[in-house]
Design a binder for this molecule. Structure first.
Ligand code: 13P
Length: 256
C-alpha cells in the first residue's frame, strides 16, 4: 500500500545528534540552495546541537528549512544545571523539539511518563514535539515489537497532543546507525498499528492527521521505498542528514 493523497504533508527531519560546529553552516547553506532550486513536497527540519539553533535559524528560517532542538526539560525554568527549556529553544528560533529519542531513553533512563511531561512542556512553549518510540532487537525477536511501541505511543503522548503539535517518530533501536532497516512490510505494519492507536485515542477526524515518521538508517538508496509506504509521513534521519548532498537526495523522494 502506498501513501494516500489525503495523507498529511510529510516532514523530513534531520537529527544531527552531538555533531556539528558553526562551520557546518556551509551544509545548511548548500541544502537551502538545493531546496530553493527544487522545492520538495514536504516540510524540512534540521535539529542541530542547541548551540547552533540561533545562528542557523537567524540565517535560514523562512527559507524552506525549520530548526529545532533534540531534547528539553519538563520544567519551564529553574535549578537544572546543564538542561535547556522548551522556551529557550523557541527563543533561539526553534520550532520543533525531538523528545524521548532512544539514545536518551537508554542513556538517561527517560521513562514514558517523563517524555510525556517534556512533550507537554514543548507544547506549552509553542513547539512541535517529535515524540520517539521504538523497540529493541530483543523485543522484536520476542514478537512484541508492536505491543511495545503502541504502549510507548499511549504513555509518551501528552493529553494535550494534537496532530499539529505532535509528530510521532518510529525508530527501531536496532536500526539506528547500523545500516539495517526493517522490511517494508514490517515498517508498514508498525505504522498502521500506530495509526490505529492514534485514531482510537484522538478520533477518526484527528487520528489520520498525525504525522508518523520512520527513522533508522534512512539513506538516499532506501528513502523512496520507505517514504512512499502508507502511513509513513516522513523520516527522522541521523547520519545522512549531516551532509547536504545526502539529505537532499533523500528529499528527492518528495520531488515529482
Ligand atoms: P541514523 O539515520 O544515523 O540511523 O539515525 C537515526 C536516528 O536516530 C534519528 O533520530
Amino acid at each position: 500500500m502506498t501513501r494516500s493523497p489525503q495523507a498529511p504533508r510529510p516532514l523530513a527531519a534531520g537529527n544531527w545528534k552531538m555533531n556539528g560546529l558553526l562551520a557546518a553552516r556551509t551544509e545548511v547553506e548548500a541544502l537551502g540552495r538545493r531546496i530553493a532550486a527544487a522545492p520538495p513536497a514536504c516540510d524540512v527540519l534540521i535539529c542541530p546541537p542547541a548551540t547552533l539553533i540561533r545562528p542557523f535559524a537567524g540565517a535560514w528560517s523562512g527559507q524552506g528549512i525549520a530548526f529545532g532542538g533534540q531534547d528539553c526539560h519538563a520544567a519551564a525554568s529553574g535549578a537544572h544545571t546543564g538542561d535547556i527549556s522548551a522556551a529557550m529553544i523557541a527563543d533561539a528560533g526553534g520550532a520543533y523539539v525531538i523528545i524521548g529519542h532512544s539514545e536518551r531513553r537508554a542513556a538517561y533512563g527517560e521513562s514514558d511518563a517523563a517524555i510525556a511531561a517534556k512533550a507537554e512542556a514543548a507544547l506549552s512553549a509553542g513547539l512541535v514535539a517529535i515524540v520517539c518510540v521504538g523497540e529493541t532487537l530483543a523485543e522484536r525477536d520476542a514478537g512484541s515489537a508492536i505491543a511495545v511501541v503502541c504502549g510507548q505511543v499511549d504513555a509518551s503522548l501528552p493529553p494535550a497532543a494534537t496532530p499539529d503539535a505532535v509528530v510521532v517518530a518510529y525508530e527501531p533501536v536496532w536500526a539506528i546507525g547500523t545500516g539495517r532497516t526493517p522490511s517494508s512490510g514490517d515498517i508498514a505494519a508498525m505504522h498502521a498499528a500506530i495509526r490505529e492507536r492514534l485514531t482510537a485515542r484522538f478520533g477518526a477526524q484527528e487520528g489520520p492527521r498525525f504525522r508518523i515518521l520512520y527513522g533508522g538508517s534512512v539513506k538516499p538508496s532506501n528513502a523512496a521505498e520507505i517514504l512512499h509506504l502508507a502511513n509513513v509521513d516522513g523520516a527522522l534521519v541521523g547520519g545522512a542528514s549531516l551532509k547536504a548532498a545526502d539529505f537532499d537526495a533523500i528529499l528527492d523522494a518528495y520531488r515529482g
